[in-house]
Design a protein around this ligand. Structure first.
Ligand SMILES: Cc1cc2nc3c(=O)[nH]c(=O)nc-3n(C[C@H](O)[C@H](O)[C@H](O)COP(=O)(O)OP(=O)(O)OC[C@H]3O[C@@H](n4cnc5c(N)ncnc54)[C@H](O)[C@@H]3O)c2cc1C
Length: 270
């Protein structure tokens, strides 16, 4: 870990781009932890006709404009999935795979996840459920593990786990997975079958914000924020779809700007 950034932004969509532009103008150092742009809501929109200053265009085209603006801020872009945000002595540690980054403040712009948690996933997280093969794989050397997820990352993780001596069961289909056990998870149920396992590695694009940052409050399905986009955790701000309705581009961009200004004030007062 070489550097402590002023701010780490989690998510790389519209809200993140707006926050990054403001942080740049305020002379802050910042990094953006972002999944691939195709995972953002905007990318999926057929046509955007209600964003001021730009003509109607597809979500994919507008995503490209936002991405270029994000790159132009000079942000350090860390491609990957933030797994956890932990407050520590006035700073925050952000785990991305097996890497770790530090910042004085966090702006959450993780959008909304439409994927529901599997039964048992939250209960056994850290006790036989993991989101990161590189971080936890060694604990299960010589044991039987399941890798749930269909993308390239899931394939790589399965290969990695096999290479370190795990016996790997692959589950690529969507569906209802159920995890159960005692003190630790030890059984995966899927499509009427039961699979005894020592760990279930769940590889999704997103991590629910409830698991990402402990201590947040929620209202109507979004992260509870005040008018300055401050969350219940001092130093953590949120913007965009993750703060709730309306799920609209203009709101995401406005909130990203406010969250960045508030993060600057927070840092300047520290
Ligand atoms: C089909 C569709 C059509 C739409 N049409 C319109 C429209 O016409 N007009 C309009 O105003 N709005 C529209 N919207 C809504 C608009 O796209 C969203 O409001 C806007 O994109 C929200 O921006 P955001 O930055 O908050 O979230 P997103 O753009 O969703 O960005 C969040 C990003 O964070 C990433 N992320 C999440 N968790 C993590 C993590 N743990 N680590 C790293 N990265 C993470 C996600 O993968 C994603 O890439 C539409 C949405 C959809 C789905």
């Amino acid at each position: 870990m070489d550097q402590i950034y002023d701010v780490i932004i989690i998510g790389g969509g519209a809200a993140a781009t707006s926050a990054a532009m403001t942080l740049k103008n305020r002379g802050k150092t910042f990094a953006v932890v972002s999944n691939k742009v195709e995972t953002g809501s905007l990318y999926k929109a057929e046509k955007i006709t209600n964003y001021p200053g730009l003509p109607p265009m597809s979500g994919a085209e507008m995503t490209e404009l936002f991405r270029q603006q994000l790159i132009d801020t000079g942000a350090t872009i860390i491609e990957g999935r933030a797994l956890s945000v932990l407050p520590m002595d006035g700073t925050f540690g952000v785990a991305v795979g097996s890497d770790y980054y530090m910042a004085g403040s966090i702006i959450l712009t993780a959008g909304i996840t439409r994927e529901k948690l599997y039964p048992g996933e939250a209960e056994y997280l850290g006790r036989g459920v993991s989101y990161c093969a590189t971080c936890d794989g060694m604990l299960y050397r010589g044991k039987t593990v399941a890798v749930v997820g269909g993308g390239e990352e899931a394939k790589q993780d399965a290969d990695f786990l096999e290479s370190i001596g795990c016996s790997v069961l692959r589950f690529e289909k969507n569906g209802r997975y159920e995890i159960s056990g005692g003190m630790k998870a030890n059984l995966l149920k899927f499509a009427g079958e039961e699979y005894p396992v020592d760990c279930v590695f769940i590889i999704k694009d997103t991590v629910s914000v409830t698991q990402l940052v402990p201590g947040l409050s929620y209202e109507n399905g979004g992260i509870l924020v005040d008018r300055g986009m401050a969350t219940a955790v001092p130093g953590v701000f949120a913007a965009g779809d993750c703060t709730g309705k309306p799920l609209q581009l203009a709101k995401a961009v406005g909130e990203g700007n406010v969250a960045a200004l508030s993060a600057c004030d927070y840092l300047d007062k520290k």
